[in-house]
Design a binder for this molecule. Structure first.
Ligand SMILES: [Zn+2]
Length: 383
């Protein structure tokens, strides 16, 4: 890469952005960090199909262990084709649709904010005792599927992994902390020890690297012009309410409005790299305690802000795009809505009633990069 992150020059009072420098930075970073330049397509495809196969094996075995938890696995859009994966193919999202909770036994009820739903069960048709124990009664007398289901599911999944270990299908090393970063041999798997998350996090030794897998057991949703939707359980911290579900799009539609242009893909890779560095600092505890963070700078937040940027972008310089996007994120730091929180937010691209959140500390990290690249460029030019 051409630029180092060392702070060298002194910013003048008449601060001017050098879009040429930013454009070079974005191009260099995206080229050097993107997995499609670091691995062959064959290696990436082999890695992805290995992970998919293992997850299918695990979910099939879970359904065999207890019929109540039979499910069908879907993978979210493949980042190999998208070309916006960075560093290593180390993260996968899978959605496994529970057959028991199909359209016959479950009704979706939108709640008052029209953002989240409750999965209302017909008590008579959900006869398995495990499921009956996972239903909660609402004030209105409805039976709704509660998050107890996810706890039961996880307990059964652990038993399933133990069985697969005994059969020699994989090496199960038990429960571990979600944030640990150990490198696993091929076929070694662990499950995170969290007891309150709506999804299951697995870590697996894959051919190219150790991968983190977010596995969402979910309910079949609609198919619209946007594509295939599923309902996933919602983390209580998102709504401060229990037992809510939300709809998400599993496969992004093949439509220009949802597809990034090549320069904006480079921009996404660059912002993801900044997020990667930010998350490393948070996980290593190297950020001062005065910087409050929940470490929620997510790929979906970054992709969403780039999509909104693209919608109105008229620039032909990706350097200008980089400046514009960071400037508009900076404005959110002082925005009234986020004045007393540690987060900034943006409208969900597919569900405009909902918001997606990111840490303010991530925005500050972006600004730090912006200023230091400018600074470094100034220094190089003045030598
Ligand atoms: Zn742009």
């Amino acid at each position: 890469m051409k630029y180092t992150m060392a702070a060298g020059g002194v910013l003048t009072n008449t601060f001017k952005y050098n879009d040429k420098a930013f454009a070079q930075f974005v191009k260099d970073v995206s080229y050097n960090a993107c997995t499609k330049h670091l691995y062959t397509l064959q290696e990436l495809k082999h890695n992805a199909s290995y992970v998919l196969e293992k997850i299918q094996d695990i979910c099939t075995a879970l359904g065999d262990y207890n019929l109540v938890f039979r499910s069908k696995v879907h993978e979210q859009n493949n980042l190999i084709d998208d070309g916006t994966e960075i560093i290593q193919p180390g993260h996968f999202n899978f959605f496994s649709v529970l057959e028991l909770l199909d359209g016959v036994t479950v009704l979706f009820e939108k709640n008052e904010q029209n953002q989240y739903s409750r999965v209302v069960a017909d008590g008579m048709s959900l006869t398995p005792p495990i499921i009956r124990e996972c239903l909660s009664r609402t004030k209105e007398g409805d039976f709704v599927v509660s998050m107890k289901l996810m706890k039961e599911l996880k307990a059964h999944l652990i038993k399933t992994l133990e069985q697969l270990h005994a059969k020699g299908v994989l090496t199960f090393i038990g429960q571990t902390n979600r944030n640990h970063t150990a490198i696993y041999p091929l076929g070694t798997v662990s499950i995170d020890d969290s007891t309150h998350r709506p999804n299951i996090h697995l870590r697996l030794g894959a051919p190219l690297c150790t991968v983190d897998i977010d596995l969402w057991f979910c309910v079949e949703g609609r198919t619209t012009k946007l594509g295939h939707h599923v309902m996933i359980p919602v983390d209580e911290s998102e709504t401060f309410k229990q037992d809510l579900w939300k709809e998400i799009v599993v496969e992004r539609p093949n439509d220009d409005r949802y597809i990034l242009t090549d320069p904006h893909k480079q921009l996404l890779c660059t912002l993801k790299l900044i997020s990667y560095i930010y998350n490393m600092l948070v996980n290593k505890g190297e950020l001062p305690q005065t910087i409050q963070t929940t470490c929620i700078s997510s790929t979906s937040y970054i992709r969403t802000i780039v999509l909104y940027h693209q919608k109105t972008c008229i620039s032909d310089s990706v350097g200008e795009c980089f400046t514009n996007i960071i400037n508009s994120e900076s404005v959110k730091l002082f925005d009234e809505c986020s004045a007393n929180t540690f987060h900034v937010s943006t409208q969900d691209w597919f569900y405009p009633e909902r918001r997606i959140y990111s840490d303010k500390a991530y925005t500050i990290t972006m600004i730090w990069f912006l200023h230091n690249i400018n600074n470094t460029f100034d220094t190089i030019c003045s030598l």
